[in-house]
Design a protein around this ligand. Structure first.
Ligand code: ADP
Ligand code: MG
Length: 622
């Protein structure tokens, strides 16, 4: 497996299969590898010691693209042409981000064609995939420069709540940047790997990964056993992070100086923002910060800073409580707490997390690097150097298909571990039905109209059979990257079809949360709605069976019997149009009671007829 190559430029021996780990962050990105000599995960550093590349892309009017530190100053001086937080746009539609439109200083376009957002810079349109690929290309270039060898294979991390579209988009961005993305893994899983968790197969642990970055917050509860990683639950806030801490300081200082708006003073605004971030970082290790701004001395103490940010920190603790609840765990069940993301260096954050989980937190691995380091560990596993481990993740929302009456039939429940698969059998509703429509939905509600459509396809070419006879097996398969594949197969004939479900656009995690809330608040209504729909479906089936029977066997029935059946059918038909489940059930029952004796009699006659050799064809007996 381990191939050796010679680097032509340096003449040195190289491992030809260098797989790097990449943390493609909202604010900062970086690359790590397993050091060939020390065998330890190591972030790749420039000569100046910096490993972090700000996830910022600037386009100048000559078509030059700058990425990282060089692009950062343009955030204030040339905001229309400077893209930050492209990760937030991955796999999103305009609809998805509309509520946060003001957050982005650049121009976001709703492209109707595929309903995914694009960013307009000058007269050029860029997809979030393009933008992320610029960052990845820069990371690749740096890695090649530092390692002095081509880098073509990578493991890239994504938040645990990223859906299929977002994961696929990340993969595509890698491809565009010339990287073969061997695996997409969840950030909290990567962080655990960096802490060496799960390396010992006998180890059983439940861990909380608290990740507070520049603009996002994620809490994930993972379980490790037998060298397997399982995400039990995730929660967080995609618009809460270190930037909010900076803003708290900015607002405090502006109030101190009696300023209420700096919108028209771009340069001052930038200076103040930089000073605030500096203050925050200094206050992580010191009690006091002072600087000069527009000729005035401004300062802040750690104590005031902590008072300012207390509500923000509290918000993250609320998310932790929800994640714990979702995982069905008590605080005492958590064995280890990992701190991830630059903002966890803030002492109040550490203290609050430690208090919440009632234990010391683990912060020994550099929180800026820990995700990339873990990606490198995973890369090493994929390179075949460490085969004892496997990764499992979860589905954030239930996945299912639409069945009769618009009901959601769940194949994979929410928080199912992935990779995973599930299959169920369905059948046709009508005689000689040759196609069956498979519509895939995501969500917790009982009716598909309240859930999110992911995609649909039709299984065609089912041989003509009476209703209920075909056996259509629908199979959901989620691969290790969390991408859903749906296949349908008619088992009697073998006709089958498979599609990769690539939803048109993603859900924000607020929406995921909203959907979960909706499913709770509407649970009662959903249950009665489901019962009503089921009663209606059953009633309709009864009607169609009876109708068919009457058409074929009218000659064998008396006039009274026919009119009795007809009026029972009418009564049921009417009941179905109403909202009363009990009425529908009662009328179905009545019709059944009336028609059953006729059916039995006709059956007897048919059998005796057949015995006499007259024959009534089988198919007339339904
Ligand atoms: P992301 O994962 O979102 O890309 P990072 O994990 O790199 O982000 O975190 C970036 C954030 O961490 C920024 O808001 C930055 O100001 C903050 N940060 C970095 N160092 C410190 C520090 N010493 N104290 C407080 N905050 C810090
Ligand atoms: Mg991060």
């Amino acid at each position: 497996m381990a191939k050796i190559g010679i680097n032509i430029a340096t003449g040195s021996l190289q491992q030809s299969e260098m797989i790097v780990g990449i943390d493609l962050g909202t604010t900062n990105s970086l690359v790590a590898i397993i050091h060939p000599e020390t065998k330890l995960p190591t972030a790749l550093k420039e000569f100046d010691g910096s490993s972090i590349v700000p996830s910022v892309v600037h386009f100048d009017s000559f078509g030059n693209v700058e990425v990282g530190e060089q692009a950062k100053p343009f955030l204030e001086s040339d905001p229309q042409n400077t893209i930050f937080s492209a990760k937030r746009l991955m796999g999103k539609s305009h609809q998805d981000i509309r509520a946060h439109q003001d957050f982005f200083a650049y121009k976001i376009i709703d492209d109707n064609r595929d309903s995914l957002v694009k960013v307009q810079v000058g007269s050029t349109f860029y997809s979030p995939i393009d933008l992320s690929s610029y960052i990845l290309a820069e990371l690749k270039k740096r890695a090649e420069h530092i390692l002095k060898t081509p880098v073509t294979k990578a493991v890239i991390t994504v938040p645990a709540y990223f859906n299929d579209t977002q994961r696929q988009a990340t993969r595509d961005a890698g491809k565009l940047a010339g990287l073969d993305v061997l695996r997409i893994i969840n950030e909290p899983t990567a962080a655990s790997l960096a802490y060496g968790l799960g390396m010992d197969p006998s180890e059983e642990k439940t861990i909380a990964v608290y990740d507070l970055g520049g603009g996002t917050f994620d809490i994930s509860i993972l379980k490790i056993s037998n060298g397997l990683f399982e995400v039990l639950s995730t929660n967080g806030d995609t618009y809460l992070g270190g930037d909010d801490l900076d803003r708290a300081i900015i607002q405090y200082w502006m109030k101190q100086m009696g300023l209420d708006d700096l919108e028209d003073h771009k340069l001052l605004k930038q200076q103040l923002r930089l000073a605030a971030e500096k203050a925050k970082i200094v206050l992580s290790t010191q009690e006091f910060f002072e600087t000069e701004f527009a000729g005035e001395k401004i300062s802040i103490t750690r104590q005031i800073f902590e008072t300012l940010i207390e509500p923000i920190v509290q918000n993250t603790m609320d998310c932790c409580a929800r994640a714990m609840k979702d995982a069905g765990l008590q605080i005492a069940d958590i064995n280890t707490v990992l701190m991830v993301g630059g903002s966890t260096r803030v002492p109040l954050v550490k203290k609050s997390v430690a208090t919440f989980f009632n234990q010391e937190v683990n912060d020994s691995v550099n929180p800026d690097e820990v995700v990339a380091l873990g990606a490198a560990v995973q890369a090493d596993i994929l390179a075949g150097n460490n085969q004892s481990m496997l990764l499992l993740d979860i589905t954030p929302l239930s996945l299912g298909i639409e069945t009769m009456g618009g009901l959601m039939d769940v194949l994979l429940p929410r928080n199912a571990k992935i990779p995973t698969q599930a299959a169920r059998q369905y059948t046709t509703q009508k005689d000689a039905q040759t196609g069956i429509n498979i519509a895939v939905y995501q969500g917790e509600r009982d009716l598909v109209k309240d859930n999110r459509p992911l995609g649909a396809f039709t299984l065609k070419g089912i041989p003509s059979m009476p209703a209920g006879l075909p056996k259509v097996e629908v199979r959901f398969l989620i691969n290790a990257d969390g991408i859903l594949q749906v296949s349908a197969k008619e088992l009697r004939s073998g006709v089958s079809q498979t599609v990769d479900i690539k939803p048109q656009y993603g859900l924000t995690d607020e929406e995921v949360e909203q959907r979960l809330l909706d499913s709770l608040t509407n649970a009662k209504a959903d249950i009665s709605m489901r019962a009503l729909v089921e009663a209606r479906t059953e009633g309709e089936q009864m009607l169609s069976v009876t109708e068919k029977f009457m058409m074929k066997n009218a000659a064998l029935l008396t006039k009274d019997e026919i009119s009795l059946t007809a009026s029972a059918m009418q009564a049921l038909q009417l009941a179905i149009t109403m909202e009363d489940k009990h009425l529908i059930q009662a009328k179905t029952e009545e019709l059944n009671d009336i028609s059953r004796p006729f059916a039995e009699r006709v059956m007897d006659q048919a059998i005796s007829g057949a015995l006499k050799g007259k024959g009534i064809e089988d198919k007339d007996l339904q």
